[in-house]
Design a protein around this ligand. Structure first.
Ligand code: FE2
Ligand code: FE2
Length: 268
């Protein structure tokens, strides 16, 4: 099966890029299933149902989240009837699920979403929670396992990857909104520290530069906004999986105003 993973989609510019480009990319690369991080889909904070429907129409099959999952209250009802998960390491009783098993090309595929520790809220240990979840999926006979590790620290991301290398199909980092250049495939596991954002590429992490600059210069709070106009990008990893092992991966950077850049993974 061929899976694509899209990092944090930031507001309307991100949704527009997917609506314009994703179906073409799906067709060109023969992608069977698209997973997208959706924590910033609605004006940069959380996701409402109307915007989730737009993503599904644009070619997304499954949505993950992060620390911004909870920003719009509507999300609670969406866990009931949408292909959507939230980070795994919240305490029992919190709405939604941290993983789901779906069927792709007649095979089972598990998707796990997990939140890092550094700079995040008081969640449970992501390393313990994730390794437990992976072990129980493997015991159930599930081979195809994809993780969205939503974390600030590249060290945490590489640490979890090292723990699970050879046991899972892919671990994709999200949250920083800045793509990293370390896409690799080792022991059948695809890894990148961060996929990077889809949305405005010429401001500050997809948000209008004025508020963060004001905050940095004065120390005073300033509310973030989506730029009115900007240059846009859609960033995704395309990963081919056979029998639970990733055998090839590319990073695609699809622009609104220039040719797509393709980066091949480093194979070890
Ligand atoms: Fe984000
Ligand atoms: Fe985040």
């Amino acid at each position: 099966m061929k899976i694509a993973f899209i990092g944090d989609i930031i507001g309307r510019p991100g949704r527009e890029m997917l609506a314009k480009k994703l179906l073409h990319v799906r067709k060109e690369y023969g992608i069977d299933f698209v997973i997208a991080n959706s924590e910033n889909v609605s004006h940069g904070f959380g996701m409402i149902r109307k915007n989730a429907d737009e993503l599904l129409k644009a070619g997304v099959d499954f949505m993950t989240g992060g620390n911004h999952t909870w920003d719009k209250k509507e999300i609670i009802s969406m866990f009931e009837d949408m292909p959507l998960i939230r980070p795994l390491n919240y305490p029992e009783g919190v709405p939604g699920s941290g993983y789901k098993v779906v069927e792709v090309c007649g095979e089972k595929l598990a998707i796990i979403n997990v939140l890092g520790h550094y700079g995040m809220s008081m969640v449970e240990n992501p390393f313990i929670a994730t390794t437990r979840c992976v072990e129980s999926l493997i015991e159930e006979g599930i081979k195809n396992i994809i993780i969205d590790f939503h974390a600030e620290s590249t060290a945490e991301k590489r640490g979890l990857y090292m723990m699970l290398q050879g046991k899972i199909s892919a671990l994709f980092g999200t949250h920083t909104h800045i793509g990293t250049d370390d896409l690799s495939v080792e022991l059948g596991t695809c890894y990148v520290s961060d996929v990077g954002l889809s949305g405005c590429r010429d401001n500050v992490i997809g948000m209008d530069k004025n508020a963060p600059i004001k905050r940095m210069m004065t120390g005073l709070p300033a509310s973030f906004d989506i730029p009115k106009q900007c240059k846009k990008i859609m960033q995704l990893i395309v990963c081919e999986i056979i029998d639970g092992k990733c055998i090839s991966a590319q990073k695609l950077r699809v622009f609104d105003d220039r040719e797509t850049l393709v980066q091949e993974a480093l194979y070890e």
